[in-house]
Ligand binder design. Sequence first.
Ligand code: NAD
Length: 531
Amino acid sequence: MATMPRMKITYATLSADNEELQASFDTAVERARADLGRSYPMIIGAEKRTAVETFEDRSPIDTDLVVGRFPVGSRDDMRDAISAARGAYPGWRDTPWRERLAILRRAADLISERQFDYAALMALEVGKNRLEALGDVEETADLLRYYGDEFEKADGFVRPLGSLSPTERTRSVLRPYGVFGVISPFNFPMALAGGPAGGAMIAGNTVVLKPSSDAPLLGWKFGEALRDAGLPDGVFNVVTGPGETVGAELQENPGIDGMVFTGSYEVGMDLYRSFTKDYPRPIITEMGGKNPAIITRHADLDEAAEGVMRSAFGFDGQKCSANSRVYVEGPVAREFVDRLVEKARGIAVGDPTRRENWMGPVINQRALDTFEKATDEARADGGTIEVGGEVLRDGEAARGFYPTPTVVTGLPLEHRLFRDELFVPFLVVGEVDSLDQALAEANDSAYGLTAGIFSRDPAEVQRFLDTIQAGVVYVNRRAGATTGAWPGIQSFGGWKGSGSSGKSGLGPYYVQQFLREQSQTVVSDEAPPIL
Ligand code: NAD
């Protein structure tokens, strides 16, 4: 295993001039390439289960590369995984919480130790560049640490309440629900499997994970770290396969007590409606975004262009927090666009496991089709493609899915491309007359995940903070106009169509969502009572 660098890599890390870090990543990629194509089983209790059919997890960098082979799980496999999780629940629930935390903190340390190997596999699996992949792995470890620390800070969520009689004592105890289903997306394949599952397990629940079929490996690797840290069998289970069968069983099975879904609005809303059809069960849905940045005439335009470039094109615009629309005040619009275009032209696109490439491929052919359809539509509807609009098809790029960073101006603000989440490196820029107009446009959206502003005027900044409808907001952030949250630093959750709970991941109110309150009153003539 590679040694851990002393430099902590987060999504706000701008560059990595540390040669040791670069070399460690390069050798980890060599190891990962030598290890491609293995078959991975499902994890159901103590059992490593295969299936008659498998599917190939191919790299978007080069579709000739099979990253791994995974079982096409069935409804029966999912039922068995839920039974395994139910069987493990009483033991895990009754494990003293300090012991639970110790196991999950050990897992966090293992994930940090293996940061390079996991990140190299992730880069190959989903096409992240090295800093993004290293960040995703370290975020997973920090999520376990942060949720554990919050649980500890609350002393296990046991609080004495008042008393109306000398013989009566009451306390409030937050207790786990049972078994949580976790459905994770492709774009943060470790952090968004490990974060929700970690929150659930720290709170004393057991988990069944269904990872994205575009990126099952890193969820599986999270399970590997848990096992190596000594997590009892059955506490964390992994079933791979299509949403339509294993995902559907997960949402319909009454043995599931709660659910965390991260993914698109369409799938999330279906799940949200159907999961509570017969009786109430907690469900956290974190969904898409159409995240705006506002540039006022009082902005530092270089800072704005840099922040927008990083958030629009980082991981090819495939972050839920990606900046996909900009509202810029007329007097500074041209200069802002020119600076942004210059920065976008400087982006190297190609195999993201190579140090020189900042942007890699999009996840699959469907995403590439979305990109091409959007550029065609922009052109047809009178937009100007200021930069990009192309797909790389020469040489080795032909074996992957490589759009170029694209900025479009000149479309009406009510155009669909200002409204729909595309999840590709495609940014629309619209001119506005005032901050108020920009805020009205920004808020006129079904989504409310992240937003940013660039302005050096404190009154404008305050107005933005008071008015913007989004769960995560940034002001004058060169490291990313709308992206780059970190556990315990920025909570991360959506408002409106972007998220259901109002209590964000990565934040101080997250872990409580995996617990339900029990008020315990004990009357006893014998003083003192047990409470
Ligand atoms: P997706 O909705 O296509 O898939 C998400 C997960 O749902 C996958 O595991 C998929 O297999 C599963 N699924 C699909 N159909 C299902 C069904 N019928 N029943 C049960 N499960 C089913 O999303 P994606 O393409 O993997 O990820 C991108 C989307 O996720 C974007 O919309 C992005 O904004 C969103 N996202 C949101 C956040 C957030 O925190 N708000 C974070 C990351 C990604």
